[in-house]
Design a protein around this ligand. Sequence first.
Ligand code: VGL
Ligand code: ZN
Length: 206
Amino acid sequence: MDGKTPEVVVIVDVQADFTEVRNGSLSVPGTDQSYVDEVTARTRTFKDKGFPIVATADHHPADHVSFFTNHPGAKPFDVKRIGDVEQVLWPPHCVQGTPGADLLVPEDLVTRVVRKGIHKDHDSYSGFRDDSGNETGLKSILQDMGATRLIVYGLATDVCVKHTVLHALEEGFDVDVVLSLCRGITPDGTDAAVEEMTQKGAAMAE
Ligand code: VGL
Ligand code: ZN
């Protein structure tokens, strides 16, 4: 054995502020305790098979560009053109050093945590790189692990799961999305995301 596995799990942003169970500031529908329990149980099963578990985490500074509170006069969910980016202005969430940024998957299950959205001027829906192209390190971590197929699930289907999956496909990984462990912010956005991920080559699994 060389310690490398072709299959690696990528859990996207299962963090307090995205969940109802923790009264998150940007809670995604359907993220109650049973959701978190199911994610934990399935993750344990994947770990027991020997798959490394990588968790991405939104990790924003308090003055982050994506927070409506940092744009005078803006309301939550407004869209503002900033440079080349149509930035959605979200409620402040996953601020570094606050409980809202907590990962809800037990630490002992997680092999590596990849933090993203750490630069105040750039958002990063993708676990791979932010809007200005800064790499998070996820790609090299996966390559070092010997990954060829990623098993992806988490929050939110229509935002960070989608962007992470599309970049993973672009980078040449095979991708299985475990839909039963994903929740989306809007039903329409979620349907469109599933369609786009499928069309670009991801496999949808339960
Ligand atoms: C996310 C909105 C803003 C996500 C992150 O993890 O899906 N959504 N930041
Ligand atoms: Zn964010």
